[in-house]
Design a protein around this ligand. Structure first.
Ligand code: AMP
Ligand code: MG
Length: 338
């Protein structure tokens, strides 16, 4: 079934109309493509979960066009939220705040908090403004798959399941937004992203990193972000992540990878893998490029026969923490340190 319309920038009005009428629109943002609906309309939001095959208790983020919209949907907003908004909005940062009762349970997965973000992609901002409602959106992939960073990738997962995708070109950040919970006594990083832990610490002073960012959750653990407990970003073939100095991780993989295996590596090392299916992430030092290309790389292996995937991983400085987190999740935290 090919029923999903591909819309262009000139069609923002039409996309906004679909949102207002309770439909689903693929929305470009600077992080990844989102699957958007009117976040105040429980029936529209229910369709997001259906299209993605997403568990009902995994809440959505509300996207707003201006920080002044915060007060419409949140209460008891701490000063820290305004400091962060001043510094990082519009941009790849989601803040978890106490919600007002006009935000439906469907949107928050029944939580009394809500994730709020003001994206910087100009088309996303225009769409939200035109629709004049907060747009609830998770990433636009089928649940469990890598997030889409182009309209084409979103179409692969969602064709026939949603009304339209608004093409805004490839995403500039490439990994989902940073999520920080401001309802805890000490702000807590729930998901690393384009706004780095170092950035947050500069504004907030102290920030705790939720253990689920770096470790596999144990059975019975109650996650702060419900999304943390689900398998994520996974290509069909099993992934092994190798951490350590780049020269060592490249050599480790070269010794073990079979012919035909998949390899995710930094540009400098691709010549070591002439018998493997290679996806390069960018230069070892270029973390921004690696973040941009990571999900495309993971997705690409699903079109190959690779039976196993090996991945080089940067260290946790800056946006490296987000890359490491997504790779580790894709690997089910199957990590080797060398
Ligand atoms: P996605 O961008 O597809 O991962 O979906 C939104 C993410 O935001 C999910 O991982 C959710 O668990 C997280 N999220 C949204 N709202 C909240 C909230 N109120 N508290 C904690 N996490 C949230
Ligand atoms: Mg997602």
């Amino acid at each position: 079934m090919k029923t999903t319309k591909l819309l262009q920038e000139a069609d923002v009005q039409e996309a906004a109309q679909i949102i207002r009428a309770g439909g689903l629109v693929g929305m470009p943002t600077e992080t990844v493509y989102g699957l958007g609906a009117n976040g105040l309309d429980p029936a529209a939001v229910a369709r997001i979960f259906e299209a993605k095959g997403r568990p009902q208790d995994n809440p959505l983020i509300l996207h707003i066009a201006d920080p002044v919209w915060l007060e419409r949907y949140c209460r008891n907003i701490p000063q820290s939220a305004y400091l962060l908004a001043d510094r990082f909005w519009p941009g790849p940062l989601t803040m978890v705040l106490s919600r007002r009762s006009n935000v439906p349970n469907r949107t928050t997965g029944g939580l009394d908090t809500v994730g709020m973000r003001c994206p910087s992609h100009p088309i996303a901002l225009r769409l939200i403004r035109e629709a004049d409602v907060p747009i609830a959106a998770p990433s636009g992939n089928t649940s469990g798959k890598p997030s889409p960073t182009t309209a084409q990738h979103m179409l692969e997962d969602m064709d026939g399941k949603i009304d339209a995708i608004l093409d805004g070109g490839p995403c500039s950040v490439g990994v989902e937004s940073t999520i920080v919970d401001l309802t805890c006594s000490i702000p807590r990083l729930l998901r690393p992203g384009g706004v780095t832990l170092e950035d947050l610490t500069q504004v907030l002073g102290r920030v705790e990193v939720d253990p689920a960012v770096t470790q596999l959750m144990k059975a019975g653990d109650r996650p702060r972000a419900p999304g943390m407990k689900y398998r994520h970003y996974a290509p069909k073939a099993p992934v092994t992540v190798i951490t350590g100095p780049a020269v060592r991780t490249a050599r480790y993989i070269a010794r073990r990878a079979q012919a035909g295996d998949g390899v995710i590596c930094f540009d400098e090392y691709q010549d070591l893998f002439s018998k493997q299916v290679v996806e390069t992430l960018g230069a070892a030092e270029n973390l921004e490029e690696q973040a941009r290309r990571l999900f495309d790389a993971l997705r690409a292996f699903d079109h190959t026969e690779a039976a196993a995937i090996w991945a080089q991983c940067p260290d946790c400085k800056g946006i490296g923490l987000a890359i490491m987190n997504r790779l580790n999740k894709a690997a089910g935290f199957h990590i080797v340190e060398v």
